[in-house]
Design a protein around this ligand. Structure first.
Ligand code: B1M
Length: 229
């Protein structure tokens, strides 16, 4: 995993950090916004790595909500509310995420988006924040982004990397459409794919590069552009 875990020297004990991570997780899965938001503030004050707060706290909560939703133990409105809670907590952590990495110095230009038919963008937004913090210029095409917009934006800005996120088994095939459309249009920039429905094997099959999480997305992007990683 490519988590960028900064020193937690300000966290008094491991137990304190674990308590904060549990509150973040429980706030999301228990649909208690005030708990998640308060825990996010605690995480900032205690110097917990914002990436760890998201991945080992909030994201665990939202994934559990997703599992309950799949088992029909939660309604879609609850799924939506849990996502809103996660977004509110991320807003508090976002300035720390931006601080935690290097200054921007045009490492490369990335065109990024969530594929057509898919409105999940929490993970894609984290990837954007981390890439920006890692020095990349990112053009975010948003969610449910048309394949053609990935192509035209890449041509317009001379993308050095194209990133496509997909969370659903029903929309991963659009990543292949994007690779094919880019190549047909003569855009040869490497394509990075990720999202819960994506695997390393799938990425290889479509001629793309897989990244499991937002931290490793930055490493993968740098490796692909020959900037280390
Ligand atoms: Co939906 N949803 N959802 N959902 N949702 C899933 C994906 C699902 C697996 C839940 C389930 O049933 N278990 C399921 C898909 C099933 C399938 O595969 N076919 C599902 C469904 C069915 C749906 C709807 C159809 C529900 C409905 O309306 N009946 C609907 C979709 C409509 C559509 O898109 N057309 C829907 C809607 C929603 C909400 C709007 C309520 C909300 C999204 C809010 C938002 O994004 N703004 C939502 C949520 C929150 C989820 C789950 C629970 C969590 C997703 C998330 O935010 N994870 C999800 C279950 C799951 O993923 N296990 C689920 C946290 C986030 C930090 O992780 O997004 O994985 P993730 O991103 C990670 C990595 O994957 C990686 O880095 C990120 C950070 O580490 N990564 C990349 C992501 N993109 C990357 C790109 C890269 C590199 C790495 O390079 C370019």
């Amino acid at each position: 995993m490519g988590f960028l875990v900064k020193s937690d020297k300000e966290v008094d004990t491991l137990a304190d950090k674990q308590a904060i991570l549990s509150e973040l997780e429980n706030g999301v899965k228990g649909l208690q916004q005030e708990v998640a938001v308060a825990a996010a503030r605690k995480a900032v004050a205690a110097g917990v790595s914002p990436v760890e707060a998201i991945e080992n706290g909030l994201a665990r909560g939202i994934r559990e909500v997703g599992e309950k939703f799949a088992r029909k133990e939660m309604f879609v409105v609850e799924l939506i509310y849990a996502a809103t809670i996660m977004e509110e907590a991320i807003k508090i952590l976002e300035p720390e995420l931006k601080k935690s990495k290097e200054k921007r110095h045009a490492v490369g230009t990335v065109v990024l988006g969530t594929v057509a038919g898919d409105i999940h963008d929490i993970g894609k937004n984290l990837v954007r924040i981390m890439l920006e913090a890692g020095g990349f210029e990112v053009h975010d095409m948003g969610k449910d982004a048309a394949t053609e917009s990935f192509v035209s934006k890449s041509q317009e800005v001379g993308a050095s990397l194209v990133g496509a996120s997909s969370l659903m088994t029903t929309t991963v095939s659009v990543q292949k459409e994007i690779v094919d459309a880019l190549r047909s249009a003569g855009v040869n920039a490497p394509v990075m794919v990720g999202g819960a429905a994506v695997s390393e094997e799938w990425a290889k099959e479509i001629g793309a590069h897989y990244s499991q999480d937002a931290g490793s997305a930055v490493e993968t992007a740098k490796q692909l552009l020959g900037k280390g990683g």
